[in-house]
Design a protein around this ligand. Structure first.
Ligand code: FES
Length: 104
């Protein structure tokens, strides 16, 4: 596991997702206020980029732009069909305004 600083919290637009590549992985990174979440960018159902989907703030979910499955940002679990498999999630932390993510 390796922790990487991916930018300043202020550089991430609130309530939006951004696609970030780290160590050969492509992540969808979502900022919700002072919290940041990171999940695999590729949907578990087919080839679609979750970072291009909508973010649901109250539910803490991201929606696949292709077929509309939503995934919990905390667990990566799908909350509606057609996706039935979770997407990987990655630990994040914010310290002194820097955003860190841990990937294998
Ligand atoms: S590609 Fe994401 S739900 Fe089908």
């Amino acid at each position: 596991m390796s922790e990487t600083m991916i930018g300043r919290l202020d550089d991430f637009e609130d309530e939006m997702a951004r696609r970030i590549e780290i160590r050969g992985r492509v992540l969808a990174v979502v900022r919700l206020g002072d919290a940041v979440f990171a999940v695999d960018d590729t949907c578990s159902h087919a080839e679609a980029s979750l970072s291009e989907g909508d973010v649901y703030v109250e539910e803490r979910e991201i929606e696949c732009p292709l077929h509309g499955s939503t995934f919990e940002l905390v667990t990566g679990e799908p909350t509606c069909l057609p996706a039935t498999v979770r997407v990987e999630t990655y630990p994040t932390r914010v310290e002194d305004g820097d955003v860190w993510v841990t990937v294998p």
